[in-house]
Design a protein around this ligand. Sequence first.
Ligand code: FES
Ligand code: FES
Length: 170
Amino acid sequence: MNLTINGVETPIESGPLTSLLDVLREELGITSPKAGCEQGGCGACTVLVDGEPRRSCLTPAASVDGAAITTVEGLGTPENLSPVQQAFTHHYAAQCGFCTSGMMMASQAYIDGGGTDDREAIQHALGGHVCRCTGYVKIIDAVAAVVRGESFDPNVTAAGTAMTNLGGMA
Ligand code: FES
Ligand code: FES
């Protein structure tokens, strides 16, 4: 099998029924997709598969052979955050960070799909993504701000606190 991971063609050695989540985390050491429920219920493992958000815990590697996979590492770099990463930082939309990678990938897909800044539409797009920390309001604020084309100082959150660890815990 071969996958294109964040633009880099990558041979995969795991067995065909290995989950995409385990391929990313265990074989390739890409730990931004989180192993939460591993049953499709929390969204923490979400990555983009050919631009569409997918629960990587429920995705057998063989079913996406040849696909382009994007994780949060493919959105931007610590030195050059993407608009979604900037907005999450500015609006303090990440606290412990466990849900953040999946939230940002689903948000990116929503924005790329022409989503509006309507709060109910954003909430619907992020449905099934569980966050135990933020209460969701700041996440919706961040996505709406990106849709509106707002720009941010990536080093300062709305709460005035520097936050650099957008990847969260491994
Ligand atoms: S870890 Fe995949 S949905 Fe929870
Ligand atoms: S920021 Fe902690 S689970 Fe969402």
